[in-house]
Design a protein around this ligand. Structure first.
Ligand code: V07
Length: 253
């Protein structure tokens, strides 16, 4: 379905004083929740929901490209997901390879760059291999940054940053009085990225679940009861319009 939004402008294009211009978020983060519930409602195994959710990821990427979003960060696998039944974990960790097998050529065509945040080294070899191949293949693309949170947990990320900072202080590469917000940001997995402007969580839960705790300090949150496999362009645009409405209000003095 063709959606018309002629007034969408990227944040970069709009001088902050000009309240005629309407903004789209530069960085959108999504907690893709409700895949298991979607499957159970249909009498299917949970993994059928994950598979459907994978195809929705691709359609969501296409929408992000269409509206000129610069960064899309997707919570694909949390460091807590290891506690799920082993067959489900194994299925989930095969999805990156399946996704890339199906969609990488089209992502390359669309100038998408693939990156990850999280504890990459602790992933299974077959997952790392497929994802690393995609990162290498797309590293020079300068369209949408498609950023997968894989084996990601925000408290672990903060602990890791503290350890890295302490080590650099020990090694005299850093002194304690340089410690400020921007320094901490440089030691997180998201180093170099702008903080998300908009966080979307599907499936009715209104929690952060250990996702980007530091980075979401000033982010607008948008929740929907829609389950991730039912997420589509129309709902994404609803979130974008709500973001526009909110940022317009902040723009006014
Ligand atoms: C996963 C599908 C989306 C719903 C949430 C859970 C299941 C795409 C990826 C992926 C990850 C890295 C990459 C390419 C694709 C993925 C996992 C789960 C673990 F480079 N979807 N998806 N990875 N789900």
């Amino acid at each position: 379905m063709q959606m018309k939004l002629p007034f969408l402008k990227s944040k970069k294009d709009s001088p902050s004083q000009d309240n005629e211009l309407i903004t789209i978020p530069e960085h959108v983060a999504i907690i893709m929740d409700g895949n298991g519930r979607w499957a159970k409602k249909r009498g299917l195994p949970r993994v059928a929901g994950h598979k459907e959710g994978m195809d929705v990821v691709k359609r969501t990427v296409d929408t992000a490209v269409k509206y000129n979003i610069k960064i899309l960060t997707l919570f694909a696998f949390s460091s807590e997901n290891w506690k799920r039944p082993k067959p489900e974990v194994e299925y989930l960790l095969k999805l990156p390879k399946e996704f890339l097998h199906t969609y990488l050529p089209d992502l390359i065509k669309n100038n998408v760059r693939i990156e990850t945040i999280g504890d990459f080294d602790s992933l299974p070899e077959h997952t790392k291999e497929a994802v690393q191949y995609a990162k290498d293949k797309t590293k020079d693309n300068n369209g949408l940054l498609l950023n997968f949170a894989l084996n990601y947990g925000s408290r672990n990320e903060i602990i890791r940053a503290i350890k890295l900072i302490s080590k650099d202080i020990d090694d005299s590469k850093l002194s304690l009085d340089q410690l400020d917000e921007s320094l901490i940001s440089k030691y997180l997995y998201t180093q170099g990225l702008t903080d998300p402007d908009l966080l979307i969580r599907t499936s009715g839960e209104q929690r952060l679940s250990n996702f980007l705790l530091w980075q979401l300090a000033y982010t607008e949150f948008w929740f929907t009861d829609v389950l991730w496999p039912d997420f589509n362009e129309k709902i994404f645009v609803e979130a974008l319009l709500d973001y526009q409405r909110r940022s317009r209000r902040y723009g006014g003095i």
